[in-house]
Design a protein around this ligand. Structure first.
Ligand code: URP
Ligand code: ZN
Length: 465
């Protein structure tokens, strides 16, 4: 039996911050003690001098080693998960995207093999890329036999992985009936294709035309449509990388969410921190920010931030999908061929802590909900993950709220020579990170090499967030 006692801690629980001690036994949280409680003995005692202990972060939206038509993303499961740990994230949810014609179950097996080098615990969202006579059965098997309970659909990219409306409807209906939740990349694919073709005809192909090809209404209208479809099918829905405040506004103004059919919004740090001015700057900068959806005009960014601060966004993912400069430069003259995506897995928690708590005075409990607790509850990992309570995995971050940091591309652990947050200054960073009781990071050094594990999940169940 291996025991570890943290003393003199501010332990961030679901509804309060407990001053006291936390006992870890065999990788699980074994006890919580207030200031006046008598403490158990332990093999190791760590006085953490009043710092916070947070539950390990959960990044619900990452793409490690992603094969795209324009190249493979530059972080693999080892490098990306190492960067995640450095920033306090101990679990990730990546994606399984089969080829059309391939069985989804076969694709699950292949992706699990790729993920074996991960240092953080992991699971996947599964993408039905077509609707065939086998899809419903495979979805049901994924939920009940593979314990993969979330399904990602794309309303864009119809030429490769996106779905037409009738297939979207079938995925929503099946997930809703059999204990799944659907994630949606909500952009109007047909209109975007028309716009890209028009821009090509007019020889407007430089990176600055990328946002012109995907204006805000292509997201807002797609969100309205899919929310209506999901609620009609009584299917829980999670809108990934919401980039426009007006997408959220539309859903609330029109009262589209019905009881018994929840809708969750995720956004990513990049949509809170930047706007579409980046596409008017140097080509080098514009290339770094090539992602879909694109960054939005300032009023949309402001509205998104307003809803984020009002608690109308339930989850923060990164959509971590870095590429190198060389990869971004290969087809730099045609925005439709530049690999889409940017890195963020290493800095998600620090960026959100600084934006939310240091700058806006929000509570640490709200912060923990967004980066750990809510993703765990929405995706069936709670209470094993996302919370500090007796019996949960001892995924713990010792967090110094006063530690200054500056993001420096040259020192990042993300495997790329680009960092869209280069030069960002803030306060608040992990000083040590434990995954299932093992110390994996101490003062920005990797101290553990033991691999992460696949996280089986339960069928979808409503939890109060
Ligand atoms: O531009 C983005 N979001 N790249 C990541 C891959 C994807 O489509 O989600
Ligand atoms: Zn993504």
């Amino acid at each position: 039996m291996n025991t570890l006692l943290f003393t003199n801690a501010n332990i961030v629980l679901e509804r309060e911050v407990l001053q006291g001690a936390l006992l870890v036994k065999d990788g699980k949280i074994a006890g919580l003690y207030g200031q006046n409680a008598s403490l158990p003995g332990a093999d190791e005692i760590l006085d953490i001098e009043g710092k916070y202990i947070l539950p390990g972060g959960i990044d619900p939206h990452v793409h490690l080693h992603l094969t795209t038509p324009n190249g493979i993303s530059s972080d693999d499961f080892y490098s990306g998960s190492k960067a995640a740990l450095k920033g306090g994230t101990t679990s990730i949810i990546d994606f399984i995207t089969p080829r059309r014609g391939q069985s989804m179950l076969e694709a699950i097996a292949g992706r699990k093999t790729e993920a074996k080098t991960s240092l953080v615990d992991y699971t996947f969202h599964l993408t039905p890329v077509e609707w065939t006579e086998n899809t419903a059965q495979e979805m049901i098997q994924a939920i009940h036999s593979e314990h993969i309970t979330s399904f990602k659909v794309y309303m864009a990219y119809k030429e490769s992985i996106g779905l037409e409306d009738d297939a979207l409807e079938m995925v929503l209906r099946t997930a809703g009936r059999f204990g799944g939740i659907v994630l949606v990349h909500a952009e109007q694919g047909d209109e975007i294709v028309r716009r890209v073709q028009e821009l090509h005809r007019a020889q407007k192909t430089s990176p600055r035309y990328h946002p012109v090809s995907r204006p805000p209404h292509t997201e807002t209208e797609a969100v309205e449509k899919i929310v209506r479809m999901a609620t009609a099918n009584k299917c829980p829905l999670y809108v990934v990388h919401t980039s426009c405040g007006s997408s959220i506004e539309r859903v609330y103004e029109k009262a589209l969410i019905k009881s018994g059919s929840p809708v969750f919004f995720e956004t990513c740090p990049q949509y809170l921190l930047f706007n579409d001015e980046v596409y008017q700057s140097s080509q080098e900068n514009a290339l770094a920010f090539m992602m879909s959806p694109p960054l939005r005009p300032l009023p949309e960014q402001k509205l998104l931030k307003k809803y984020f601060l009002q608690g109308k966004i339930q989850s923060i993912g990164t959509d971590h999908c870095p590429f190198t400069r060389e990869q971004k430069n290969r087809e730099a003259q045609d925005f439709s061929k530049i690999p889409n995506g940017a890195g963020g897995i290493e800095y998600r928690m620090q960026l959100i802590f600084n934006e939310m708590i240091v700058k806006e005075g929000k509570s640490i409990i709200e912060f923990v909900k967004l980066v750990a607790g809510n993703p765990a509850k929405i995706f069936g990992l709670y209470p094993r993950k996302g919370v500090i309570q007796k019996g949960s995995d001892a995924d713990l971050v010792i967090w110094d709220p006063d530690k200054d940091f500056v993001i420096d591309t040259g020192h990042q652990w993300q495997q790329t020579d680009i960092n869209i947050y280069e030069g960002y200054r803030g306060k608040g960073a992990p000083v040590a990170v434990f995954r299932r009781g093992r110390k994996m990071i101490e003062n920005d050094r990797l101290t553990g090499t033991c691999k992460g594990t696949f996280l089986p999940r339960k069928p979808w169940k409503k939890e109060s967030l």
